[in-house]
Design a protein around this ligand. Sequence first.
Ligand code: FE2
Ligand code: FE2
Length: 177
Amino acid sequence: MKKTDKKLLEEFIRVDHAGERGAIKIYEGQLLALKTIMKNDELKEKIEEMKVHEQEHADFFDKEIKKRNIKPTKFLPLWDLLGIGLGFSSTILGNKAAMLCTASVEEVIDEHYQNQINKIGDDEKNLKNKIIKFREDELHHKDIAYKNGASKEGLYSIMDKIIKTSSRIAITISEKI
Ligand SMILES: [Fe+2]
Ligand SMILES: [Fe+2]
């Protein structure tokens, strides 16, 4: 039976806890823009629907982090601010940018969860199954984003790279501190 490395396990739960909370914050920022300056009820509904899944993901890791006595990342307050800022600013740039934000983040999360799934052993079956399920939800969000206008053409490709690089940095930091 493959056992999960204990230190890695702590890092996984710490970073996933931060990431799922960050996802909620991004959507909150987007909804704030959609309720104020960028009225778009169709997009608002889609985002509200995805946010329900993120809440389920975040609740799971919130329980895990408490149950296992793992310290959350010290950067939570900063991620909250940056998440809301990213959500808000991408949405005021328009529908394409808002959906690209979701697509870019989910592409990073797809890799990130797949990497964890590969490293979690049979001693952590429940956790592994949850992450497998959450990854599927994230892939579904990515599809929603592309169906609703996410684009990587022209300047959007730069935005995609910036969002991906920042997400990866946030992941690395949240694993450790
Ligand atoms: Fe999620
Ligand atoms: Fe998601």
